[in-house]
Design a protein. Structure first.
Lengths: 104, 165
């Protein structure tokens, strides 16, 4: 079989790679906004996996699930950025190392 | 049309790599935009035109603009992200954990495509009308719950971003 012929495996591999990039961003970067963007990257990887399975399984439920994920992502971004703005008012920066006010 | 997949896969991976490595934050957001556009193109290839349109309008339109707005609100102009305070061992640990996770995911998804096998796509698969029918016939409860969730998120975001909490 020719390896350049695109199959479901290629989409899975791309999705896993993108998810790994997002995880690396969350673990390595210290700027909270960049961590936020990395989470969006991970969510996109999962969406790609859902749409790919929907296509290869000939089942529309996967695409509908992605539409729900969009709604949840919009709510998540709105609340998350509002929390970030509130934190910035208190601490005057967005470095995640300073967000330890709940440390017991 | 295999070149189509490869072009946009490389575009998505490059954009993602740029997003997590570049040290200034606005170009990082542009890298994220590249990823979103490449994803939309891949959705078109996978018979999901409605999802592709929503990808561009919601992610590249609404979410990214919100993120850019907050970036410009919080970062003073010309400010570079400070050299991160984490040391090299922290970075190394992050890389090791990520590689481990990817190996785990790779093992977990191995053989899934053989399990599914090749299915023949029905006529007009994925056009918006059919998607709407599935949405209101099988997922009507989820649809209503999501609307309540969005309302709660709206109220919560306004409350949190007010002057004093």
């Amino acid at each position: 079989m020719d390896i350049t012929t695109v199959t479901l495996n290629h989409y899975i591999a791309l999705s896993v790679l993108l998810f790994g990039l997002g995880t690396l961003g969350v673990l390595v970067r210290r700027n909270t906004l960049l961590i936020f963007m990395s989470i969006e990257l991970m969510m996109n990887a999962v969406n790609l996996m859902l749409v790919a399975f929907s296509h290869y399984k000939a089942d529309l439920s996967g695409q509908v699930m992605v539409l729900f994920i969009y709604a949840v992502a919009a709510g998540e971004v709105a609340v998350g950025l509002a929390i970030l703005i509130a934190l910035f008012r208190h601490l005057k920066n967005v470095d995640i190392n300073n967000f330890n006010i709940m440390k017991g | 049309m295999d070149w189509y997949f490869w072009i946009f896969a490389v575009m998505a991976l490059g954009g993602g790599l740029f997003t997590i490595t570049y040290k200034d934050i606005l170009p990082c957001a542009m890298g994220l935009l590249t990823v979103f556009i490449a994803m939309a193109a891949l959705y078109l290839h996978l018979n999901a035109p409605l999802v592709a349109v929503f990808q561009v309008t919601i992610y590249a339109g609404a979410i990214l603009v919100l993120v850019l707005f907050v970036v410009m609100l919080l970062m003073s102009p010309g400010e570079k992200i400070k050299k991160s305070q984490v040391n090299c061992s922290n970075r190394f640990m992050g890389a090791v954990l990520t590689v481990g996770l990817m190996i785990f995911l790779g093992i977990g998804t191995k053989g899934l495509s053989d399990m599914i096998g090749a299915k023949e796509l029905p006529e007009k698969f994925g056009n918006p009308g059919q998607l709407g029918i599935v949405l209101v016939q099988k997922f009507i409860l989820h649809f209503e719950v999501v609307s309540v969730l969005l309302l709660a998120a709206l109220v919560g975001a306004i409350y949190l971003a007010k002057k004093r909490i």
